[in-house]
Design a protein around this ligand. Structure first.
Ligand code: SF4
Length: 352
């Protein structure tokens, strides 16, 4: 065995041993002890957790995961779910295209695969909403396939371990190639999760805890004394800013007027409040957009929200009135609305 291969083997063995004693208890995880006793992960739970974790942290995702699996305990149950109910349960997790794909995927698994998830990366990638990363994660964690599971955490660990000098995002393929050197048929699911846990709790983005790290003995960034410097990053482009209006219409029975957003596009298929176009720069016609119905509209201030590709300021207007809308009691509206509209609703209610 070459020196490099020997170092990799030792790093791998030490990280797996660390994982055996330090694995996080997560509601979708079958930990190392349970695996040794022969327990296998449920592909449905692994898939659901991976889709949720694409856009949020384990702490934020956990209660959503518990609610989803309680309400829809397996892929067949989810495939038969009511679209609106799933979208409402997803509210607060952001990126609603993922919730739509979640349903499409569950239905494809039932329709095309007899209710059983494919057990290879290639098979998983044929399903809606499952890209390369998610396919690799499910293949490794649910089916113990030797897949190279590379997310931002793994890129960071690899960049530090090797003191890799080219910046992200261009360095992604190089960091993935470095990560691939550690993938073997021995415990691939545990290896993927061990790296995730190391990235989340030890090799953290801002303050890595090198003194508690099982890889410290072989880490180039640590021996340079510059763990925080990696991964190098190319300068970011500024996020564009958009603005618009949102109208909160309420009636004498304490209900709020909602609208269903078009199926395609941002927040597609979700419930929303009536809103103008969201425009970048000083687009006066759009900024003076007409209210959805005539009423005694009052200015309720504004709310800010940050999406992945732009930030948004919405001027909030509130009035009592009637009209052809989907009227919901305030609590139901809160539960059904995505965060940006929920903020606007709270702003309007606070102004009354
Ligand atoms: Fe990350 Fe520090 Fe461990 Fe290197 S030694 S992998 S920088 S936590």
């Amino acid at each position: 065995m070459s020196d490099v291969a020997g170092l990799h083997a030792r790093l791998r063995a030490d990280l797996l041993q660390w994982y055996d004693h330090n694995a996080r208890a997560l509601p979708w995880r079958v930990g190392p002890d349970a695996r040794r006793r022969g327990e296998r992960p449920d592909a449905y739970r692994v898939w659901l957790s991976e889709i949720m974790l694409q856009q949020t942290t384990t702490v934020h995702a956990a209660p959503y995961f518990e609610r989803f699996t309680h309400r829809w305990p397996d892929v067949s149950a989810l495939a038969q779910a009511d679209d609106a109910e799933v979208m409402a349960a997803w509210a607060g997790l952001g990126y609603y295209a993922r919730a739509r794909n979640l349903l499409a995927c569950a239905r494809a698994v039932v329709r095309d695969h007899g209710g059983v998830f494919p057990d290879t990366e290639a098979g998983l990638k044929t399903l809606p909403g499952i890209g390369s990363y998610t396919a690799a994660a499910i293949a490794a964690i649910a089916f113990d396939r030797p897949a190279n599971v590379v997310d931002g955490n793994v890129e960071r660990v690899m960049a530090r371990l090797h003191a890799h000098r080219s910046p992200l995002p261009a360095a992604k393929p190089e960091l993935a190639a470095l990560a691939a050197l550690f993938v073997t048929p021995d415990r691939p699911g545990d290896w993927a999760q061990a790296l995730m846990d190391l990235g989340a709790g030890v090799c953290r983005p801002r303050s890595p805890v090198c003194e508690a790290c099982p890889l410290a003995f072989g880490c180039a960034a640590r021996s340079e004394g510059q763990a925080n410097r990696y991964p190098l990053k190319a300068p970011k482009k500024a996020r564009p800013h958009r603005q618009g209006h949102v109208w909160v219409l309420h009636d004498s029975a304490g209900q709020v007027a909602l609208v269903k957003r078009p199926a395609r596009g941002l927040l597609g298929g979700m419930m929303g409040l009536p809103t103008s176009e969201w425009v970048q720069g000083q687009d006066e016609p759009a900024l003076k957009a007409p209210a959805p119905v005539a009423a005694d509209w009052q200015d309720a201030g504004s709310v800010e929200h940050v999406f992945t590709h732009f930030s948004l300021s919405l001027s909030v207007h509130v009035a009592r009135g009637t009209g052809d809308f989907d009227w919901k009691p305030v609590d139901e509206a809160r539960a059904a609305l995505p965060s940006v509209f929920r903020k606007a609703l709270e702003r309007a209610l606070a102004s009354l």
